[in-house]
Ligand binder design. Sequence first.
Ligand code: NAD
Length: 263
Amino acid sequence: MDIHNPTYVEGHGLLKGKSVLVTAAAGAGIGYAAALKAIEEGCRALVVSDIHEGRLTDAVNSLKEKTGLRNIYGKTCNVAVEEDVQALVNFAEDALGGVDVLINNAGLGTSKLLIEMEDAEWMKVLDVTLNGTMRMTRYMMKVMKARGQGGVIVNNASVLGWRAQKEQSHYAAAKAGVMALTRCAALEAAEFGVRINAVSPSLCVHPMLKKSAPEALLQELEGREAYGRGAEAWEVANVMMFLASDYASYLTGENIACSSQQA
Ligand SMILES: NC(=O)c1ccc[n+]([C@@H]2O[C@H](COP(=O)([O-])OP(=O)(O)OC[C@H]3O[C@@H](n4cnc5c(N)ncnc54)[C@H](O)[C@@H]3O)[C@@H](O)[C@H]2O)c1
């Protein structure tokens, strides 16, 4: 494998027979890549969700077309709204006959110096990124506990939960919160056989990010990586698949950086 120009890794049956729910899966980044990977790793049925209805319909159609799996369902959900979160989990439980794996991918960022930050911007980023992950985790744990079959939750954090970067105080605080939530929730969930871990990407450049982030910033961030590039979305999804699979049976409350530089 050439680390500078990695070859797409084919599925190895890591999620054979499992049912999977992925949030924020209608973008161009990690969520969609995780949904595709879950199918390639042999999942039997999948619910994909996103706040954006139009792109979600496209994502469902594209996943069906690419993989031939018929049991793919879409359900819109804004993870900042508790009713949406409960409706999504209930829908997925019914459609899939129980959720084995939840991938909490939703997260939102902006760039703002702290001294210029309005409360509303701080709250929005925290509400989607931290509170949204908490809401999904809380309700899924409740439902998995009641079902009594165990389960796995994989949260998407970020190396910014550890590292400092200008204009990222809100996002970094939210992701540090996701890391802490993952550790504490995992301890509680172990009692009923549910594992909860997180992956922390460093940089994953994809078309939507290229549109929203200044080119100079992306180049600077790529330059900090030992590989001189960001991760492909599927490289982050691969780590999620490992965490979701039985290979990670003795891992819970952990946070794995997907990065080519030290935290
Ligand atoms: N891209 C990176 O470099 C990077 C680095 C570290 C962490 N992350 C984290 O990875 C996750 C995925 O980011 P990505 O950049 O790969 O994009 P992505 O394509 O996986 O996700 C973007 C999607 O999120 C959806 N979304 C936005 N707000 C939502 C909400 N309130 N409820 C539900 N869905 C919502 C959008 O509609 C969009 O389709 C995020 O949690 C992000 O913080 C990304």
